[in-house]
Design a protein around this ligand. Structure first.
Ligand SMILES: Cc1cc2nc3c(=O)[nH]c(=O)nc-3n(C[C@H](O)[C@H](O)[C@H](O)COP(=O)(O)OP(=O)(O)OC[C@H]3O[C@@H](n4cnc5c(N)ncnc54)[C@H](O)[C@@H]3O)c2cc1C
Length: 363
């Protein structure tokens, strides 16, 4: 037995009828690989930055740094001073933040406010979940490193980032893949002969990782951008040509997430819906937990999630599913009758896993 004192057990009391208790979002998954490249179309320099599946928060700063590199090379020859960023989710706002560092005038165009985006709904675990990266392994290593270090350096500065232990009964592929790609970036996982919980004493693992709380991180990005003169324009684009005819900027950064499926005619894009149960906040819980589902105690809520519905792109939640998520995790803590994950069509992106066997499919 490890001489580890028990950590507080969550209070799993959950009322699915309470306002805001259930939530659903759609992961912008791209078959094969996420998109991060540039092309010149109709005289415009377009940088694409979308398709990050269940890992957009995690990879955001690293991808933004790549966007900056591409734009920097371009302006060295074109001397453009204006850039249009499409999308006000985490990808658009982190890219816009770094582009300011090039002295550019940045305008963000989006048909949703930051708080309405998928990014705002994310749980906020720093982990490589549900993303394909065939042919982009080297790039992903750089992205992971830059992202992790940027988040880590922002701890304590009002970005909603904290370092947390994550307890898992089984090894976590989404964190092990980081160890494989960038050895030494995260502290090594620690095998435990017993979990440190009163009703949950099976063996397991402890990982040290980050929690990035979207309800703090995104508003902070938005307010910093506004303070630096970035304008947010509410605008829905219906097609690529609509973008080119209505915008004057020569540099366009496309961070439209799932929107790129129709906007850029990208048939590789695939929605993967996820549902979340939002329990009242429990500040005494300072750890993350995951097994076939996950639990992230944040300042606003204890978030319990982990469903994956392929090719479902509506944001409608099902109270029974959310209740099932809570019961599943509660049972692992000995607080409910054991039961499997909610009985909905859960189908992981196996194709992507086959393209790249390292692709993790679940938290
Ligand atoms: C339930 C759930 C849990 C998740 N948990 C995590 C997690 O723990 N960790 C993690 O790293 N990631 C997580 N994710 C994944 C993460 O949320 C996404 O990868 C990320 O939000 C993608 O960011 P984005 O900026 O590309 O897309 P979005 O946030 O969707 O932003 C896209 C933007 O483009 C705009 N747009 C799209 N189309 C158009 C158009 N035609 N015209 C104008 N504007 C347009 C939208 O309005 C929006 O502003 C989770 C996702 C879900 C659904």
């Amino acid at each position: 037995m490890d001489a580890v004192p028990n950590l507080p057990t969550p209070d799993f009391t959950f009322d699915p009828n309470a306002p805001g208790a259930c939530l659903a979002g759609v992961r912008p998954y791209r078959n094969g690989s996420f998109r991060l490249d540039a092309e010149t179309v109709s005289g415009r320099f377009v940088v694409h930055n979308y398709g990050h599946g269940g890992a957009g928060i995690t990879l955001s700063w690293g991808c933004a740094a790549k966007v900056k590199e591409l734009v920097q090379k371009r302006i060295a020859v074109s001397h453009d001073t204006e850039v249009a960023v499409l999308g006000a989710g985490v990808m658009g706002m982190t890219a816009a933040t770094l582009l300011l560092g090039l002295g550019l005038n940045v305008t963000i165009y989006s048909d949703r406010n930051p708080v309405e985006t998928t990014s705002f709904k994310a749980g906020g675990h720093w982990a490589v979940s549900v993303i394909a990266y065939a042919g982009k392994e080297q790039e992903l290593k750089d992205i992971l490193k830059t992202s992790y270090l940027t988040f880590k350096n922002s701890i304590g500065q009002g970005f909603g980032v904290s370092e947390r232990p994550n307890f898992t009964p089984k090894p976590s592929p989404n964190l092990d893949v980081v160890q494989q790609l960038v050895p030494g970036l995260l502290p090594p996982r620690v095998p435990l002969s017993r979990m440190p919980f009163e009703g949950h004493t099976k063996p397991g693992f402890r990982y040290q990782t980050l929690l990035v709380e979207p309800p703090i991180f995104l508003p902070r990005l938005e307010s910093d951008l506004r303070a630096h003169g970035v304008t947010f324009v509410h605008r829905k684009f219906v097609s690529k040509s609509d973008v080119f005819t209505s915008l004057t900027q020569k540099i366009i950064v496309n961070c439209t997430g799932l929107g790129a499926k129709t906007l850029w005619n990208d048939s590789k894009m695939m929605p993967i819906k996820g549902q979340l149960a939002m329990l009242p906040a429990q500040p005494n819980l300072q750890y993350l937990y995951g097994q076939d589902g996950y639990m992230f105690p944040r300042a606003d809520h204890v978030v319990i999630g982990g469903t994956f519905e392929e090719n479902v792109d509506n944001e409608l939640f099902d109270k029974t599913v959310c209740k099932g998520l809570v019961q599943h995790i509660a049972a692992l803590f000995g607080k409910a009758v054991p039961r499997p994950m909610p009985d909905i069509h859960i189908h992981h992106p196996r194709n992507a896993a086959m393209v790249n066997p390292a692709m993790p499919v679940r938290v």
